[in-house]
Design a protein around this ligand. Structure first.
Ligand SMILES: [Zn+2]
Length: 208
């Protein structure tokens, strides 16, 4: 258990170093057995997170062990677990390039980067909701059924994974795709993956 808490701290530190978690932003959770979860404490920098600030909670959000109060986005995490029996980790961050897309009417293109199609799939944008309220969960919930990553309008991104590493890598890829999309637009010669090849990649994603 201590090792997993430390892994959550390590992922928090990596995301913070990557500039995806300014101030005390973002939150990370992992599903355990018996309807219990680990979730990061609210208001602490994820760059300096300590294992005791990774809280053990039950499915009602009651803290069973650890120091601090659970992340304010706890409802969004619990809703994601309820809707998706196949996922065991949720990473919410504020990656700047992906958030830039979430501040426009442009969808993040999913036909630019092959790895993104295989490892993440479509990345829809959920409508704006006041952060740190149950409204965020309500806005994002309809997208969790079919997407492994969702942009939150004028806010940030959420990535779901079968394990912590996968959720982290999906968040990393979301930001990579957004960065590539923005840079491609600057070069002004954007070449999208042809439809035929897209079908092949989507087939590959099903077996990934
Ligand atoms: Zn947020």
């Amino acid at each position: 258990m201590y090792k997993l808490r430390q892994s959550i701290c390590d992922i928090g530190n990596r995301l913070w170093q990557m500039g995806m978690l300014p101030a005390g932003d973002g939150n990370i959770s992992v599903r355990l057995e018996d309807n219990k979860y680990f979730i990061t404490a609210s208001g602490v920098s994820k760059g300096f997170l300590e294992p005791k600030q990774v809280l053990l909670i039950d499915s009602n959000g009651i803290v069973l062990d650890g120091e601090g109060t659970p992340s304010t986005e706890i409802v969004m995490h619990l809703v994601a677990y309820r809707l998706r029996g196949d996922i065991n980790a949720v990473v919410h961050a504020h990656p700047p390039y992906a958030t830039a897309f979430a501040c426009t009417d442009e969808d993040l293109p999913n036909n630019l980067v092959a790895e993104g199609i295989i490892k993440v799939g479509s990345i829809p944008t959920a409508p704006f909701a006041i952060p740190s309220s149950k409204d965020t969960a309500e806005a994002a919930a309809p997208y969790f059924n079919t997407a492994n990553a969702v942009l939150l309008k004028n806010h940030g991104a959420v990535a779901l994974g079968r394990n912590l590493d996968e959720a982290f890598m999906r968040m990393e890829l979301v930001e990579h795709i957004a960065k590539v999309a923005i840079l491609s637009n600057i070069i002004d010669n954007l070449q999208k993956i042809p439809d035929e090849k897209m079908k092949e990649l989507i087939r590959m994603a099903k077996n990934y």
